[in-house]
Design a protein around this ligand. Structure first.
Ligand code: SF4
Length: 410
């Protein structure tokens, strides 16, 4: 098999990993337009300082000794198989880099022979790139679940980001759908990264810069809807990963049945994945706990975003006066984000804010107007009924919405 054939198989096989932001998008180029997302093998990610980088996205091999029920590369599936050598991956990366097509590499792999054997191959790729080719670009590599801690930590000195896929929120789903993987093996890999990062904390180096170890942090990926795990399981597990493993980012992937004769499970609606991402965002940037977001419900409401669902369920806390409410509560108002809240706080230090001025803070008044007041003024006293607010924001009460818009105009 020549390199081009391998590249075709192993870039296609890598597309199911969503740990980089542009994965899953497929938009062909148009006449007169520039660029497309259809070119397999290039994805985008963000570095620790917020830059967007394009990455060559590959699987090292799709030869797998595991048999995960949800995966196209499982050993019982009849698909064309291919493997690179470490030299080939390094050469491809450098060639693409020199042609200015990529700035880094995202390398994942199936489990060929054993986790440690595969891990050693990935480490070899990173060593060739860093030491022989003196490649200083971004490298994100997957840690093979169950690989030994020593190998994971060796990899950590060579890459910018490492990720271990947690796969499922519950142990039951993991043993059902990925019987060769164990929670212990997966979390052991995460702990190996977390503990080494703690050991290298700059404070312990008394002013000297510690050696770089996974400087962009670790991330993971969870599949949504492959079995009966609910959103409470998913968000609870994500919260634990952020708090206990120092996870930088949890990615979610709506379950897609791939060529599975035994699969009874339908494709997970992308809207559910989207709602889980929104809830994750609330936990990371808005101070929400997983349990608060869901209340008594096992799953997120698909009709409205989780912040609206929470605000309607806690309607007794509103309206908040933007001139006096604490920052933590303002952040919970639908339509207000961290930036608009900061602007409100800065503005109210100088003078009292009027309702009319709120739009200039970047607040999305279409949503926020149901939950705030300014100087005792509420433009829409008619909608004090949470049921009606919910229906208006879910687009189910057009009449109320029009009526409110009319009132806003007068
Ligand atoms: S370990 Fe499981 S998920 Fe990973 S490539 Fe093999 S079958 Fe697929």
């Amino acid at each position: 098999m020549d390199l081009e054939q391998k590249l075709a198989i192993l870039t296609d096989a890598a597309k199911y990993d969503v740990s980089c932001a542009s994965s899953g998008s497929s938009r062909p180029g148009v006449k007169g337009g520039v660029g497309n997302t259809a070119a397999g093998g290039i994805c985008h990610s963000w570095t620790a300082d917020g830059r967007c980088v394009s990455l060559l996205k590959l699987l090292y091999t799709n030869v797998c000794c595991y048999d995960c029920a949800y995966c196209v590369n499982r050993r019982s599936n009849d698909v064309p198989r291919a493997s690179f050598t470490p030299d080939e991956v390094a050469r491809l990366t450098i060639d693409f880099y020199r042609r200015n097509m990529i700035e880094g590499l995202f390398l994942s792999s199936a489990v060929a022979i054993s986790p440690d054997r595969t891990m050693e191959r990935l480490i070899r790729v990173a060593e060739i790139l860093r030491q022989r080719e003196r490649f200083n670009g971004y490298i994100h590599m997957k840690v093979i679940p169950g690989a030994s801690a020593a190998l994971v930590q060796r990899l950590g000195y060579l890459v910018d980001r490492a990720s271990v896929n947690v796969e499922f929120a519950t142990d039951r789903e993991l043993s059902l759908l990925a019987p060769d993987k164990t929670r212990r093996g997966i979390e052991g890999n995460m702990l190996a990264i977390r503990d080494k990062k703690l050991e290298l904390l700059p404070t312990l180096y008394h002013g000297a810069a510690p050696p770089a170890f996974v400087p962009a942090g670790q991330s993971t990926q969870m599949i949504v809807g492959a079995a009966d795990g609910n959103d409470r399981d998913i968000l609870g597990r994500a919260e634990a990963l952020y708090q206990q493993m120092g996870m930088k980012r949890v990615y979610y992937s709506a379950y897609v049945p791939v060529n599975l004769p035994s699969s009874q499970q339908a494709r997970t609606p992308l809207l559910r994945e989207h709602r889980v991402y929104q809830a994750d965002w609330l936990m990371r940037f808005y101070g929400f706990r997983a349990g608060e977001i869901l209340g008594e419900r096992p799953n997120l409401d698909l009709a409205v975003d989780p912040k609206i669902a929470w605000a309607v369920a806690n309607y007794r806390l509103f309206p908040l006066d933007v001139n006096t409410a604490p920052k933590e509560l303002l952040l919970r108002v639908p339509g207000l984000g961290p930036r608009s809240v900061e602007r409100i706080l800065a503005a109210r230090r100088l003078a009292r804010i009027s309702y009319e001025a709120l739009g200039k803070t970047g607040a999305v008044m279409r949503r926020a107007r149901y939950f705030i007041s300014a100087q005792g003024r509420r433009p829409y006293p008619l909608v004090d009924d949470p049921e009606r607010v919910y229906r208006a924001l879910a687009g189910q009460d057009k009449e109320a919405h029009q009526q409110l818009s009319f009132l806003e105009a007068v």
